[in-house]
Design a protein around this ligand. Structure first.
Ligand code: FER
Length: 291
């Protein structure tokens, strides 16, 4: 009996973690709940492929002083084609998973620059820059930290609000109000986005969680004031793979929102696992719905 349980836990952990993530058993045992999923529409062929003959954005590594962590920290910033300091841009903060860092989206198969370049070429997104921080807010923020640094993910809001957002707003030509700021992320970063986004309605009007992890707060804590969320949040959007052991973190929030009449999207990616197939789809769709 015990053996079967351990095997089940390991299987779950392998489904849930991507190849780079440490193979540590996941948070299991939570019953999934039935919710009305929103319609899955496949992304068009080539949405994540480099396209010839279009303009490309640029990606630059920035370094900023973090008051809360006490170190110099890094983030990658995607600037769209023809980024122009005379214009103002909205900002999407795009967060990584527990085994990642500021490079995960770019280096591990997320191709956010390609997805955004294609969306720009097709005029399907508003003017925005995309900031990819390191969400592990501790002195050693290398990706080797894995599950041992889960607490540091919870502390990232201090660095985000206290140091990173001010740095971005000082150094890039961006709007500084919540209606021009969005937060989304994958897995651990999805949980952070839901926690920090819904927990700070005055800072983010658009919130997205892709395959959100067990760090996602339970819905009643996440949304203590239903009317306030209805009034201030402009988009609460989630996706999770149907074959992902972490689906409950999204369904528990979707069920609460449906019950309370809070607009909320949750798409179950058919057969989707805990990987960039789902996360790329998340970025592709979320980016078109914000601002
Ligand atoms: C957990 C399972 C998954 C957990 C975190 C994750 C903190 C995160 C996975 C990821 O970011 O890919 O039990 O606990």
């Amino acid at each position: 009996m015990k053996k079967i349980y351990v095997a089940a836990l390991l299987t779950l952990s392998m489904t849930a973690a991507n190849a780079q993530e440490p193979n540590i058993p996941m948070f299991g045992g939570q019953q999934n709940i039935n919710v009305n999923f929103d319609e899955y529409k496949a992304a068009p062929q080539g949405f994540d492929q480099e396209r010839a003959g279009i303009e490309h954005g640029t990606v630059q590594l920035i370094e900023y002083q973090s008051a809360s962590v006490g170190t110099t920290r890094k983030a990658q910033v995607y600037l769209p084609p023809k980024y122009d300091k005379k214009k103002k841009y909205s900002v999407l903060y795009l967060l990584h998973g527990i085994g990642g860092d500021e490079n995960e989206w770019l280096n591990d198969g997320g191709v956010p620059n390609i997805i955004m370049d294609n969306l720009y070429a097709d005029k399907k997104v508003k003017d925005m820059i995309v900031v990819m921080p390191n969400g592990r807010a501790q002195k050693d923020d290398s990706r080797a930290g894995g599950y041992g640094s889960a607490a540091a993910f919870g502390e990232f809001d201090k660095d985000l609000f206290g140091s990173l957002i001010p740095y971005i707003e000082k150094n890039f030509s961006v709007y500084t109000d919540k209606d021009h700021r969005a937060i989304a992320g994958l897995s651990m970063g999805g949980g952070q986005s839901l926690n920090f986004g819904l927990g700070n309605l005055d800072k983010f009007a658009y919130v997205g969680g892709f395959s959100s992890a067990p760090n996602t707060m339970r819905a009643a804590q996440l949304i203590p004031d239903v009317e306030k969320v209805k009034k201030e949040n402009k988009l609460l959007w989630m996706v999770c793979g149907g074959a992902d052991g972490l689906l409950f973190n999204s369904t528990q929030l979707k069920a609460f929102c449906d019950e309370k009449g809070i607009p909320c999207t949750l798409i179950k990616y058919p057969e989707g696992k805990h990987d960039f197939v789902v996360w790329k789809y998340g970025l592709y769709n979320f980016a078109q719905l914000i601002f």
